[in-house]
Design a protein around this ligand. Structure first.
Ligand code: HEC
Length: 133
């Protein structure tokens, strides 16, 4: 009995080590990036959402900040939920607009997060990305 418990523990640890770049081992990877700028389809949609919503006019073309803060730095500290709440509700008194009526942003919040997290992690090495062929 004890032997069997030990074996299944090892299996879980092995999976956590090999399968994921995210904090949560059970989930699929948050994003996949090859050669710094080729990304999976969802992350590419995140980039397109970033472009379409023109987040860059305040956060800068490379996400490093202008009137709005550097999201490369912000996403090292903000949780995913905090990110989603901020983008959805905005911080109107501080100049961050609400995107709750922007359907493309609302529909693609997770993908937008994945793209920006990849930038923040330094794994996506330039703002402009293309799909993995
Ligand atoms: C009109 C300018 C403007 C636009 C457009 C804009 N932001 Fe912001 N954003 C700001 C400002 C200013 C702040 C800082 C608010 C504060 O001081 O708390 C901010 C804050 C944030 C934060 C929180 C950062 C932190 O460290 O707490 C996130 C995340 C964020 N913006 C994401 C986005 C995303 C994603 C988009 C596009 C969908 C976007 N923003 C578009 C101005 C903008």
């Amino acid at each position: 009995m004890q032997h069997r418990v030990l074996l299944s523990l090892i299996a879980v640890v092995g999976f956590a080590g090999g399968a994921s770049v995210t904090a949560s081992a059970a989930d699929a990877p948050l994003y996949t990036v090859v050669d710094g700028t080729k990304v999976d389809a969802d992350t590419l949609t995140g980039f397109k959402t970033w472009r379409a919503a023109a987040c860059d006019r305040c956060h800068g073309p490379n996400q490093e900040g202008m009137v709005g803060p550097s999201l490369v730095e912000s996403l090292k500290v903000l949780t995913k939920d905090e990110f989603k709440a901020t983008v959805t509700n905005g911080r109107l008194e501080k100049g961050m607009p609400s995107f709750s009526t922007n359907q493309k942003v609302v529909d693609n919040l997770d993908k937008l997060y994945a793209y920006l997290k990849g930038r923040s992690d330094g794994k996506i090495t330039a703002a402009k990305v293309t799909g993995i062929e």
